[in-house]
Design a protein. Structure first.
Length: 101
């Protein structure tokens, strides 16, 4: 994943008890605004490990990817964000074909 800079183009179903489905109560505009705010924060979190508060050799366990250090968590956040942008594009393409947008 790191070499390709993102998640593979496959569908994965995670156990709901570990990753409950999201609430769909927010409007499209609210979701778009949230994505834009997040996009502005992820690059700002870059820099050296010390800049992001990393303890030397410190790792925290991720439920799917195992033990990650601060740099790996930051990389994962960027990949995860790009993954959601790809999902958004796919949904918009599907809905435009269906005449729903």
């Amino acid at each position: 994943m790191r070499a390709r800079g993102g998640f593979p183009d496959i569908r994965v179903r995670l156990p709901e008890e570990q990753f409950p489905p999201p609430s769909n109560s927010r409007s499209r505009d609210e979701l778009q605004q949230g994505l834009e705010e997040l996009a502005g924060r992820i690059p700002a979190a870059g820099g050296s490990d010390g800049d992001i508060g990393a303890a030397p050799g410190g790792r925290i366990e991720h439920g799917w990817f195992g033990w990650l250090d601060a740099r790996e968590w930051l990389e994962l956040a960027g990949m995860h964000f790009r993954h959601h942008l790809r999902q958004q594009r796919e949904l918009e393409q599907f809905l435009s074909k269906e005449g729903s947008l």
